[in-house]
Write a protein that binds this ligand. Structure first.
Ligand code: SAM
Length: 377
């Protein structure tokens, strides 16, 4: 695949590096595209208004209200401690954090009192944007942000929305009986795929441990960063939950014959494409999440699967748990109620976000609980 337009500054840097050191893994390429200190899609200084993707957070504040209901229930499940850490990993510009804290302050003053919200975001540019909106919550000692997870989370919930799909992935391909890696090299027309030996035994282990049976010539992504991340979260959490929302599947489905070319996509101006070498640093790159891997690697650090369901099921169950008060109440006008219902439909629509997005909840150090969001409808 060649880069057809004027090369971006990052494309030039990467080409130079490849001329002197040879091809790089796709994970190194994706890491540079998204997180290069100067030219990375998420790290570069100009963050607004450029947006090429749309998340549930943008769709509606209802998403935050329903999540807040789940967190409040989690706080009760760990015995209503005086300090409950809500750690949002990949918090972006802090929009969801603000909505959750605003709603908690209004709905449950005792829960808000216990809350310590920590936004973990690796992009410094995005952390700066967070501090702009969070004034009141910062002043009340409720909100802080940092680049990495804190060392210990005694009681709380580590959660994320569309974090794992933004982590750098390796690409592999089965050739006959052999598993090979797809590197990024420099061809006559620019960046291109280059197939070689596996760069790490961890790739082979990942495939064999999960008994992933790729077909001949099938390509697949392997997100080793996600495995490291869930292990770290599991080690640092002492009592509580990890809640992950993202699009993806369990391994059996993710690596089946419907995904012969994997699930990698490049997004630019809300349009998805497969030309991920076109504009390094200017396109968002994502790959579907393997939820079985989060389960497997999480178990090694004491995380027990509490449940796995679609976003649609999760949000509907939470709306029902709250007697649909977030969708309709006496204080809302008819027009407001209609608007809320329409936004809710966007979040749960099976053709859209509702069924593509999945919710995995893991717990650690507590007795199993029947969380409202995981109840069957
Ligand atoms: C697709 S955006 C989602 C932002 C937000 N959660 C939302 O739903 O709108 C992914 C975010 O995760 C951040 N990120 C990626 N890897 C991270 C990591 N290991 N630790 C913290 N943040 C990370 C990126 O910088 C980016 O802001």
């Amino acid at each position: 695949m060649a880069s057809r337009s004027e090369p971006t500054p990052l494309a030039l840097i990467l080409a130079e590096r490849m001329r002197s050191h040879g091809p790089i893994t796709f994970a190194e390429y994706m890491e540079a595209c998204l997180y290069h200190p100067v030219h990375g899609y998420y790290t570069k200084a100009e963050q607004e208004p450029r947006r090429d993707y749309f998340t549930s957070v943008d769709a509606s504040p209802l998403f935050a209200r329903l999540l807040a209901r789940q967190f409040q229930e989690m706080w009760c499940a760990v015995g209503r401690p005086d300090a409950f850490w809500l750690v949002e990993a990949g918090a972006g510009t802090g929009q969801l954090a603000k909505q959750i804290l605003d709603f908690a302050a209004e709905a449950w003053p005792d829960f808000y009192e216990a809350l310590r919200f920590l936004a973990v975001e690796r992009s410094a540019a995005r952390r700066t944007l967070q501090s702009k909106w969070m004034g009141t919550h910062i002043a009340r000692g409720k909100f802080a942000s940092q680049e990495e997870l804190r060392n210990e989370i005694t009681r709380g919930c580590i959660f994320s929305n569309e974090l794992i799909d933004a982590m750098p992935v390796h690409r592999v391909v089965r050739e006959g009986n052999e598993l090979r890696e797809m590197y990024v090299g420099l061809g006559k027309n620019g960046l291109c795929d280059e197939i070689g030996r596996l760069s790490s035994n961890a790739l082979d282990e990942y495939i064999s441990e999960q008994q992933i049976a790729l077909l001949d010539e099938q390509q697949a992504e392997v997100n080793l960063a996600a495995c490291r991340w869930i292990e770290e979260a599991g080690k640092k959490l002492k009592r509580g939950f990890v809640l992950t929302i993202d699009y993806g599947h369990e391994a059996k489905e993710l690596y089946d014959e419907r995904h012969m070319k994997g699930t990698l996509l490049a997004y630019e101006r809300h349009r998805a494409g497969e030309d991920w070498f076109r504009a390094p640093g200017k396109q968002d790159l994502t790959a579907h999440v393997n939820f079985s891997a989060l389960d497997l690697y999480g178990r090694r650090c004491g995380l027990v699967r509490a449940g796995f369901t679609s976003q649609s099921n999760f949000l509907l169950a939470l709306a029902r748990h709250g007697n649909f008060a977030d969708l309709q109440s006496d204080e809302m006008s008819e027009a407001e109620q209609t608007q809320r219902r329409l936004l809710f439909k966007t979040l749960i629509n099976p053709e859209g976000m509702g069924e593509t997005f999945q919710v995995l909840v893991q717990h650690k150090g507590i007795e199993p609980v029947n969380l409202a969001g995981l109840q069957p409808l």
